[in-house]
Design a protein around this ligand. Structure first.
Ligand code: HAM
Length: 425
């Protein structure tokens, strides 16, 4: 038997109703913050992620789905392509390719699948879905302002509240800039040199390739060592320090609760200054419901102009998991089950269904060979409110038997009044 590949899953009804409910609510929120949708390809040139996300990250060094795409003709050159592991690099590529700086400040959002070859577990998949947003533009558009950071964070709080998700924590940090981070990395390497041999193999590798990532280590034995390491907060230069204070001042003023976590580092290399995650207590080991931050140097790293930006991506799989709502509660039930009764009645039932659906009613159609008892069984199993009986007599008289399954009441309704009767509570 052929099954879905490891780490992927089918989303089936009624759960898909929950996904649609989330996406509709999120689109509503984006609209009021003047964000507009962007759709980029689900695969890109591999170089985009190597340069954008960073060669030394786990994502690029071991989690990407990459293949060599051969040219179809001798003259076509082949290229290395990769299923996107995230969408920020793709959005910034599009920003450069389409000269979006000419529009000033861009406020963009996307909803779609991402791909990472991670060890699957609850809340962690190889194909997962992100709802993300990016604010990017030339500095005169205000893209660099701490007001953007605070606005994005406030939008996220609003969004989670709107979905009825409580119990989230906003963890906030400043990871410095290319001006002050080198000194921190140096200090980190120095502090690690005498102790790293006693740490886990992941940390030993990180100490060489990307020492900042050591703060992400979850191995209990390593924690006392990590606790004593220097922190980025001690190395922030004046500009970064002021910027971080300005972001927090706005958050305080608009009463968005947050926790400064000076151990917060992110798994992608492009971040500078503000970095954040929202965690949720109901999620277990994979408790980050979303993550994001500033990436002021990314456009330049990809060959574009200076374009400060900030954004986030919500793990939609995890967002849906943390909803209190049930799929049933957001699934629309059929309003009416149309039961054609006897030979030749299918076409009359089809015409009625067409009329009723034009009134935005959800109509389910049976078949003329079904006995009435069977139609009632199907209708009540689907929790349909009405059954409409379409027999020879009804068609001829133009008046139809309409039975309310919940109350058992049956009435005769003229064709022209059917929609209104079914709509009325
Ligand atoms: P990220 O932290 O790698 O950031 O991913 C964001 C969110 O995607 C995570 O917090 C998590 O909820 C979800 N996620 C990541 N990997 C998986 C997985 N394997 N299975 C299920 N959910 C997952 C980014 O991707 C950045 N592009 C965010 C960003 C946008 N930063 C600036 N702009």
């Amino acid at each position: 038997m052929i099954k879905a590949p490891r780490g992927t899953r089918d989303l089936l009804p009624p759960d898909t109703a929950l996904w649609n409910f989330v996406e509709a609510a999120v689109r509503d929120v984006f609209r009021t913050y003047n964000f507009h949708e962007i759709r980029t390809p689900i695969f890109e040139e591999t170089q985009l992620f190597a340069r954008g996300v960073g060669e030394e990250t786990d994502i690029v060094s071991k989690e990407m789905y990459t293949w060599e795409d051969r040219g179809r003709a001798e003259s076509d050159k082949g290229q290395s392509l990769t299923l996107r592991p995230e969408n920020t690099a793709g959005v910034v590529r599009a920003y450069i390719e389409h000269k979006l700086w000419e529009r000033g400040l861009n406020k963009l959002f996307y909803i779609g699948p991402q791909f990472r070859r991670e060890r699957p577990q609850k809340g962690r998949y190889r194909q997962f879905y992100q709802i993300g947003a990016e604010v990017i533009g030339p500095p005169p558009s205000g893209s660099e302002s701490p007001a953007r950071d605070a606005e994005v964070l406030e939008m996220l709080a609003t969004l989670l509240d709107r979905l009825g998700i409580t119990g989230w924590t906003l963890e906030l940090n400043s990871v410095g800039s290319s001006d002050c981070r080198p000194a921190f990395n140096e200090a980190l390497r120095k502090a690690l040199a005498p102790v790293v041999a006693g740490m886990c193999t992941d940390c030993q590798r990180r100490a060489v390739t990307n020492p900042l990532r050591i703060f992400d280590c979850k191995v209990p034995e390593d924690q006392p060592i990590i606790e004593k390491l220097p922190r980025m907060s001690e190395f922030l230069d004046d500009a970064c320090r002021e910027n971080f204070a300005a972001v927090r001042e706005i958050l305080d003023a608009i009463e968005i609760p947050y926790k400064v976590n000076d151990r917060l580092v992110r798994g992608l290399d492009y971040y500078v200054r503000t970095a954040f995650e929202f965690t949720h207590r109901a999620l277990g080991a994979q408790n980050a419901i979303l993550g994001g931050g500033r990436y002021d140097g990314l456009s330049e790293a990809l060959g574009g102009p200076h374009a400060p930006g900030i954004g986030f991506a919500i793990g939609e799989d995890r967002l849906v998991m943390s909803l209190a709502q049930s799929a049933e509660a957001v699934t629309r039930k059929p309003d009416v089950y149309i039961a054609p009764l006897g030979s030749g009645m299918n076409r009359h039932a089809a015409r009625l269904a067409r009329e009723l659906r034009r009134h935005d009613l959800v109509a389910e159609l049976g078949d003329e060979t079904f006995r009435l008892k069977k139609s009632f069984e199907i209708a009540s199993k689907a929790r349909t409110r009405y059954v409409l009986i379409v027999g020879e007599n009804e068609v001829q008289s133009g008046a139809f038997a309409l039975k309310n399954i919940e109350t058992g009441e049956q009435v005769t309704v003229a064709r022209a009044d059917l929609a209104a009767k079914i709509q009325s509570k």
